[in-house]
Design a binder for this molecule. Structure first.
Ligand code: AMP
Length: 549
């Protein structure tokens, strides 16, 4: 028997029109680095998204299915592109501006982007690549920046504001099949070429509803969210779409991502929420330790993308800011888990839940697969690779314009689940604790050592700013941990002192023999520890390693 319910397609244009009308007074504030930030209401963003769509169709010949890239910071214009492009039936492709040039070239060519919308400040990055990007016909430049770098190149150059000026603020958004492509994002590709994930209108719509649930970020139009996580990093964790559903005000840092301007933004604009990877929160912590600021407007902070050291959570707790740990991936849109503790617990009882990666929502099914391919119980002890499935989880990668979708066996199970490559345990009540990436775990004498556990324990030392632990080859044990440590200014602790400290919480056989102090932990394009660089540095002998007896 079929239902008797209406079959309305979950199109992004519906989110846009809702936000534009019902939450027309909510605002997107963009930091400018000048005396006043720039403010635009959702009503204005809606008008301008329609103007942009009209311009893209009438001036640039954009058609349904055309792929349009953005090379932009987090700002109001990027939000306009987020809505205009998918709503008109085209596909938004956000480019990670921190990728090495050769990967950017690969991605743009693979996606066959026809148009690049770019912030003027990023033209020096884009211009030298354009001769290698034959599919790009148009470049649309937003904001200040020297446009002469585009002179003589075989593209049509447009000014964003000039394109919008005088256009109708009405667009008859097409009724789209909700399964069509809306946006695409390539994985940050630490191994091999980046792989493209294509989100549908439906997946983005449903994911946005999840973001807005109280068990996830649960914000309303009384909130302002400081979105530090870039719009090119998994759709800024879904926040721009989610906010137009519920009227959450957005505070966008544009290119001002350093700790000092972030601290100033928080103090002046008083966001109630923020979202960013641990590296950002580490940097901000050092800043406010040196120059105290009031961060207490932030009632909740979503931290994820890499493991949040419990010591970082504690440090912010002392500043009156509650960090909520979340896990996700490009392939999961990204919301997988969030670490809200169950009801009815004291603060002390909540703590063990808060330092997990979090609880699965109803929309994400999870299973753990052991080394032999067997399915493991949710008992908080059995460690295996996490596999997930759900309506906002990727079922394949983009195979290119003429290719079939790709389902490599190391990424997708035969029955269609996503293999996350993350290793961990799940408790009986559905909380995930990750112990490592499958490729980062240290296999020592047939036993596994969690690099993340060692890192968290090291970063709990008061004189340690950051620490990354990687597996290095060892004649006797196969692999052993190498601890690379960044000390805080004025620290006096030595390797032996750190090892003794670790010994208070870590089993003796897991303690590293190899140690090195470094200036900074190498980071990936989205601010995560780049362990492959450390492993290479060790292999190349460029690290000054001390071996304790
Ligand atoms: P990306 O697709 O670049 O966002 O990377 C996704 C990967 O980041 C995941 O597969 C995890 O390995 C890692 N990750 C994300 N969130 C967390 C977290 N809260 N704790 C530990 N690792 C995380």
């Amino acid at each position: 028997m079929l239902s008797t319910m209406q079959d309305v397609q979950l199109n992004i244009s519906r989110i846009l029109e809702h936000g534009r009308k019902v939450h027309g007074r909510s605002t997107v504030t963009t930091w400018t680095g000048e005396a006043e930030p720039h403010r635009r209401t959702f009503a204005e963003i809606g008008d301008r998204a329609a103007q942009l769509a009209n311009a893209l169709r009438d001036e640039l010949g954009v058609e349904p299915g055309s792929v349009l890239a953005t090379l932009m910071w987090n700002n109001a214009e990027h939000v306009e592109a987020y809505f205009a492009i998918p709503s008109m039936g085209a596909v938004l492709h956000t480019l990670n501006l921190r990728l090495p040039p050769e990967q950017l070239v690969f991605i743009v060519n693979h996606a066959a982007d026809r148009v690049v919308l770019v912030n003027g400040t990023l033209l020096p990055l884009l211009a030298p690549l354009l001769p290698q990007l034959p599919t790009v016909e148009h470049v649309v430049v937003s904001g200040a920046g020297d446009r002469s770098v585009l002179d003589g190149l075989d593209v049509r150059v447009h000014d964003y504001e000039a394109l919008l000026a005088g256009r109708s603020d009405h667009y008859d958004w097409p009724e789209l099949d909700e399964r069509q492509a809306a946006a695409m994002c390539y994985t940050s590709g630490t191994t091999g070429d980046p792989k493209g994930v294509i989100y549908s209108h439906r997946s983005i719509y449903l994911h946005s509803m999840q973001v807005n649930m109280a068990e996830s970020m649960g914000l309303t139009d009384r909130d302002t969210s400081l979105v530090v996580v870039p719009q090119f990093h998994v759709n800024a964790w879904g926040l721009p779409h989610a906010t137009f559903m519920t009227g959450i005000n957005l505070l966008m840092p544009d290119r001002f991502l350093q700790p000092a301007p972030l601290a100033e933004m928080i103090e002046r604009e008083k966001p109630t929420h923020a979202a960013a990877v641990p590296t950002i929160w580490q940097g901000l912590l050092a800043e406010v330790t040196a120059r105290p600021r009031d961060l207490t407007s932030m009632k909740q902070v979503t931290i994820g993308g890499a493991a949040c050291p419990p010591s970082l959570m504690e440090a912010y707790e002392k500043l009156g800011v509650r960090l909520c740990h979340a896990w996700g991936m490009t392939e999961t849109s990204p919301l997988g888990t969030m670490a809200h503790p169950p009801a009815g617990l004291s603060a002390e009882e909540e703590w063990p839940y808060r330092i997990t990666q979090g609880r699965f929502p109803a929309g994400v099914e999870a299973r753990l697969i052991g080394p032999g391919g067997d399915r493991l119980p949710w008992d908080g002890e059995s460690a295996g690779e996490l596999e997930v499935r759900g309506t906002w989880i990727a079922g394949a990668y983009y195979g290119g314009a003429s290719g079939e979708p790709l389902r490599p066996a190391d990424k997708f199970s035969a029955d269609g689940w996503l293999k996350t490559g993350d290793v961990g345990v799940i408790s009986a009540d559905g909380y995930l604790t990750l112990t490592d990436r499958a490729k980062d775990v240290i296999k020592s004498g047939g036993e596994w050592i969690s690099s993340v556990e060692l890192e968290n324990a090291l970063m709990a030392h008061p004189e340690v700013a950051e620490a990354a632990v990687v597996a290095v080859p060892d004649d006797k044990w196969g692999e052993r941990p190498l601890a690379t440590v960044v000390l805080k200014d004025g620290a006096t602790v030595d390797y032996t002192g750190l090892r003794t400290f670790l010994g208070q919480s870590i089993a003796k056989w897991q303690l590293p023999e190899r140690w090195t102090f470094i200036e900074a932990v190498p980071k990936t394009s989205v601010g995560k520890f780049d362990k492959k660089v450390i492993r290479r540095q060790y292999a190349d002998g460029v690290l000054d390693v001390t071996r304790l007896a």
